[in-house]
Design a protein around this ligand. Structure first.
Ligand code: IDP
Ligand code: MG
Length: 138
């Protein structure tokens, strides 16, 4: 069993895709462990995307992810990290296959609807960044 941090980004909330995204994870068989809606502070957004600090798009990315509410979640299941990434689809719009969330609902690189942890260490850090231990169900 593995846990991963999944986040519907501001564009996904604005486009009313929260239910559709949650439905995909539930029906695939993952278990929802924590969920909340928040407008991220710059501090949390900068920590969340710290790996991209030196990239030219970092400032814009932080502006975007703090622009409105997000839905922060923890999902649990067998190989939840890899499974979620495959359900989300590739970062580059042209590589996101139909049947994936990005491949079905966006053509944009930045406004690509959803975030998913990319490795176990990242998942552990991201879950601890967005949730207190008390907010995680057993
Ligand atoms: P991921 O979300 O698929 O893990 P990352 O490479 O970790 O992709 O990038 C984090 C986020 O930064 C992407 O989801 C996207 O919103 C944004 N992003 C990535 N590359 C670019 C870029 O070249 N220009 C603008 N935004 C980008
Ligand atoms: Mg990433």
């Amino acid at each position: 069993m593995e846990r991963t941090y999944i986040m519907v980004k501001p564009d996904g909330v604005q486009r009313r895709l929260v239910g559709e995204i949650i439905r995909r994870f539930e029906t695939r068989g993952l278990k929802l462990v924590a969920l909340k809606m928040v407008t991220p502070t710059r501090e949390i957004a900068e920590k969340h995307y710290a790996a991209h600090k030196e990239r030219p798009f970092f400032g814009e990315l932080v502006d975007f992810v703090t622009s409105g509410p997000v839905v922060a979640m923890v999902w649990e299941g067998t190989e939840a990290i890899k499974l979620s990434r495959s359900m989300i689809g590739a970062t580059k719009p042209l590589e996101a296959l139909s049947g994936t969330i990005r491949g079905d609902y966006t053509t944009e690189l930045q406004t690509n609807l959803v975030h998913g942890s990319d490795a176990p260490e990242a998942a552990t850090e991201e879950i601890a960044l967005w949730f207190t231990p008390q907010e995680l169900t057993a």
